[in-house]
Design a protein around this ligand. Structure first.
Ligand SMILES: NC(=O)c1ccc[n+]([C@@H]2O[C@H](COP(=O)([O-])OP(=O)(O)OC[C@H]3O[C@@H](n4cnc5c(N)ncnc54)[C@H](OP(=O)(O)O)[C@@H]3O)[C@@H](O)[C@H]2O)c1
Length: 309
């Protein structure tokens, strides 16, 4: 078992989206530093797998909480569950998020609304519920997963990018509201990162996924973790992403949208990346497939069939 920091032994971190990609890497970083974890995602088997692995590696307390944040009631249920277990959440990480690729008039309306529920409404609910307690205690930290896409209108991923623009504005406003307390709110802005996101969004055939280099979720998580610990209000992860955000500010919305569209178009290359190089994302995909019998790409929303999306 690895050494972990004793001072964090009675601290609890709640992470949504902890089974894959950036959320999984964040869970590792917190566990390594001795924090106890409450982990939220939909897939129960994968949650249990990660719980067992992190417990064994770091000896911290881990509570898996399977919940579907597409459901409007889920945030309150999570809050009630931690309350009933007598757990005080010292750090909240709102990581779970999804997108759906395609021209806006062709994407499924319910899927768009689900994404808004997950990326915005559930994030607001969890933030409200736990921030109130943090303010009462005058202590706490919140990490919100934004995105480079939140700084630029993104054709063919329009709803997703708009939800992330919301997250950035919301987080900056809250950071100001709590600036005279011991609470900090940090927004993490990754660029395109090698996770299962692209498969869930049916975005595997795009230029950005097939042809471009993608950030490593370990590096993105570390940037977010360090910024959160320092209490910074915003962190853009990686030099390439910083440059993109700078250019987008310079060019204005119309030209930036046109640049983004080129990244979101279907790639004409026959060869290219087809599956995530990130092991936990691949494992998540495999365990969901085993459990549900669904094919690749079908499980982005486990109660609707998107196989023809
Ligand atoms: N990858 C990128 O290029 C990129 C770039 C910028 C920002 N981001 C943001 O980073 C965050 C993490 O994404 P990722 O790239 O790490 O994706 P990922 O590998 O697909 O991980 C998503 C995580 O969220 C959980 N999740 C998805 N839908 C959920 C729901 N309805 N209820 C509860 N949990 C749910 C997933 O587990 P279950 O499926 O089991 O629920 C999984 O643990 C997202 O907010 C995303 O928007 C990603």
């Amino acid at each position: 078992m690895a050494d972990s920091k004793v001072e964090n032994r009675n601290q609890y971190v709640l992470i949504t989206g902890a089974t894959s990609g950036i959320g999984y890497e964040l869970a590792n970083l917190f566990a390594k530093d001795g924090y106890n974890l409450v982990l939220v995602a939909r897939n129960e088997d994968r949650l249990q797998e990660i719980t067992d692995k992190l417990k064994q590696a770091y000896g911290v307390e881990i509570t898996p909480l399977p919940k579907d944040l597409f459901r409007p009631e889920a945030a309150q249920e999570i809050y009630d569950a931690t309350h009933d277990m007598g757990i005080t959440i010292n750090v909240l990480v709102n990581d779970a998020g999804q997108g759906e690729w395609g021209p806006f008039i062709e994407t499924d309306l319910q899927r768009d609304l689900d994404i808004i529920q997950l990326n915005i409404s559930s994030l607001i609910s969890l933030t409200k519920l736990y921030l109130k307690e943090m303010v009462t205690r005058n202590e706490g930290k919140i990490l919100q997963l934004g995105s480079e896409a939140g700084t630029t209108p993104t054709p063919l991923l329009a709803v997703y990018a708009a939800t992330k623009a919301f997250v950035l504005s919301f987080s900056a406003a809250l950071a100001n509201e709590v600036k005279d307390t011991n609470i900090t709110i940090t927004a993490l802005l990754p660029g395109a990162t090698d996770t299962d996101f692209f498969h869930k969004a049916h975005q595997e055939d795009t230029v950005v996924y097939k042809e471009k280099s993608l950030a490593d979720p370990c590096d993105v998580a570390k940037d977010g973790y360090d910024a959160l610990m320092k209490g910074e209000s915003k962190i853009i992860s990686g030099a390439k992403t910083k440059m993109h955000v700078f250019m987008s500010d310079l060019l204005g919305q119309k030209l930036s949208a046109s640049n983004m569209r080129k990244q979101m178009q279907p790639s004409e290359k026959k060869k290219g990346r087809t599956k995530s190089g990130h092991v936990p994302s691949r494992k998540e995909r495999e365990s969901i497939q085993q459990e549900t019998g669904m094919k690749d790409g079908d499980y982005s929303n486990d109660y609707r069939d998107h196989s023809d999306a």
